[in-house]
Design a protein around this ligand. Structure first.
Ligand code: 13P
Length: 247
């Protein structure tokens, strides 16, 4: 399993970040799962640049620009030079702040060009009985993938994060049968966009209200390859419990 801890803007100082990194290092001594930490940019630099552990680091976003006179921007290349090897792209919180499908596609291309493994976030705002949310998911993947070559598309990890489940507690998360259905659907869409067997090899993660109380159910028989975890990933006790639940 790939466990990605999206710290969002929850971790505000070095001391807390150090505690969370130490917990991950300890967990990696006893688990085969892969842990990727996504701290805010300055904290990422502090840890990823001198990283000698099995922890990998992800940017929470990358700039839509490629550098130059762009005050306040952090490009994919800068993240890569800071030690990041993954980048979260198109998170719903960035989309809510103005990232359109076109901007997401651009950021995805920049991440790949900088040799970062992109974690493309997709997810519907709400579900409806007519299945319009499925068309929405298809459109989000297609819009992001269309400008890319087949080889580039094959590098992306998909994170399914339904907006209605983000930031809540386990009771509000998706059920395992609905998740299994969605993973199948995402793979079907990928099979139309990726060459050969690449769709079955693509990693699909789930994010949204993942907690120790539901992670085991969500991992079992759903076809999911890992999790993108928000609030529960910045509580050291909860994060350790989450990882242990998967063992
Ligand atoms: P929560 O785990 O807090 O619901 O957040 C999910 C998410 O947005 C991870 O990227």
């Amino acid at each position: 399993m790939l466990i990605v801890a999206n710290w969002k803007a929850y971790v505000e100082n070095l001391e807390k970040a150090e505690r969370l990194v130490a917990v991950s290092k300890k967990l990696l001594r006893t688990t085969e799962h892969r842990i990727v930490l996504a701290p805010p940019a300055p904290l990422l630099g502090a840890f990823a640049m001198k990283n000698t552990s099995r922890i990998a680091y992800a940017a929470q976003d990358v700039s839509a620009t490629t550098g130059g006179a762009e005050t306040g921007e952090t490009t994919a290349q800068i993240y890569a030079a800071s030690g990041a090897t993954y980048a979260i792209i198109g998170h719903s919180e960035r989309r809510a702040a103005g990232d359109t499908d076109a901007i997401v596609a651009e950021k995805l291309a920049h991440a790949i060009a900088a040799d970062l493994t992109p974690i493309l976030c997709i997810g519907e705002r709400e579900r409806d009985r007519d299945g319009r949310y499925l068309a929405f998911i298809r459109e989000e993947i297609t819009a992001a993938f269309t400008p890319l070559t087949s080889k580039e598309r094959s590098r992306a990890i998909i994170a399914y994060e339904p907006l209605w489940a983000i930031g809540k507690t386990a009771e509000s998360a998706i059920g395992s049968s609905d998740l299994a259905e969605m993973v199948l659907y995402i793979r079907k869409v990928l099979s139309e966009l990726l060459p050969g067997k690449n769709a079955s090899h693509a990693l699909v993660l789930y994010g949204g209200s993942v907690e120790p109380g539901n992670i085991r159910d969500l991992a079992r028989a759903t076809g999911i390859d890992g999790f993108l975890i928000g609030h529960a990933s910045v509580d050291d006790v909860m994060f350790a419990a989450l990882t242990k639940e998967l063992s």
